[in-house]
Ligand binder design. Structure first.
Ligand code: MG
Length: 300
């Protein structure tokens, strides 16, 4: 915060102007004979000041706003749990907020038990939210089972599609993988936006422990003719550690080929049932908050 100094700029400005006049060779006490009644610097400054209209001083109030007023959100009593305005997508009880990604209508058939949901492999496939979203904040927790086997991409592979734009793996995937002592291509490891970004760090926990993602998703915008208006951006914290910092996506995340954008408006969030042979991972405590900006540009 700016503190008041002994003299403000406007207070000393007349003296600075007088100094400038001296430098320019105008009459001054230093140049005038000692016996003459030359004007002092103070007199010169007073004269100059009188000729210069005094500008209104800025006030603190000019840069203080009282509208809009942010709505009150009550934070969760326990860190990581949903705040008062969150949409709870999974609270450990059922998958009522989810459907099969194959058709978007069949009830999600993953295994809910002990307050968690475990991916069901063997053809059941991905599941996605009934509700569609645009920009949001998302919290997800997952655990890779103890005794996980396999290597590379075939070890605890799942994923969170930040926007599901079709069946299967269509969309924008933030990778979930066992990256605790498990090498793979780095733009496909835990924390990557699959095959587009290399996470800033590897903050993986050991199998058997619970991990969290806190994600900020800014959806892409499209023109009326379907061309891209503004790209998608993703920010992600893995176990509280920043791994994606407002990363600009080049399009949907693809296993093969170059990413491209396909126009959509709102989209479900999707969880991946990867067909690798390793034991399935589990999820818990999933919630989302829709993000709406006061200044709609460029997010409208
Ligand atoms: Mg995956």
């Amino acid at each position: 915060m700016m503190k008041c100094s002994l003299f403000s700029l406007s207070d000393v400005m007349p003296f600075l102007l007088a100094g400038a006049a001296l430098a320019a060779g105008l009459p001054s006490s230093a140049q005038a004979p000692a016996s003459s009644a030359a004007p002092s610097a103070v007199q010169s400054s007073a004269s100059l000041s009188a000729q210069t209209p005094r500008q209104a001083r800025p006030t603190p109030q000019e840069t203080e706003f009282y509208q809009p007023v942010p709505p009150v959100v009550t934070p969760a009593a326990t860190m990581g749990m949903p705040p008062s305005d969150a949409i709870v997508l999974f609270d450990g009880k059922d998958l009522g907020q989810w459907v099969s990604a194959k058709d978007g209508t069949t009830p999600a058939d993953w295994d809910v038990h002990d307050g968690v949901v475990t991916v069901r492999k063997g053809g059941v496939g991905n599941i996605q939210t009934k509700q569609k979203f645009k920009d949001y904040q998302l919290h997800v927790e997952w655990s890779v089972p103890v005794g996980i086997e396999g290597t590379g991409q075939a070890r605890g592979n799942s994923g969170i599609f930040l926007a599901s734009t079709g069946p299967g793996d269509d969309g924008y995937e933030l990778q979930v993988l066992d990256s605790y002592n498990n090498e793979t291509y780095t733009n496909g490891m835990l924390g990557s936006l699959y095959k587009q970004s290399v996470p800033l760090v590897n903050a993986a926990r050991k199998p058997g422990e619970w991990s969290s993602y806190d994600i900020v998703w800014v959806a892409p915008r499209f023109n009326d003719d379907g061309t891209l208006k503004t790209p998608a951006y993703a920010t992600a914290f893995e176990n509280g550690v920043l791994v994606e910092d407002h990363f600009e996506l080049k399009g949907q995340t693809l296993y093969i080929g170059q990413p491209f954008y396909k126009a959509y408006d709102m989209a479900p969030i999707k969880l991946q049932a990867h067909p690798d042979k390793s034991k399935p991972i589990s999820f818990r405590n999933i919630w989302v908050r829709e993000v709406k900006h006061w200044d709609t540009a460029p997010h409208n």
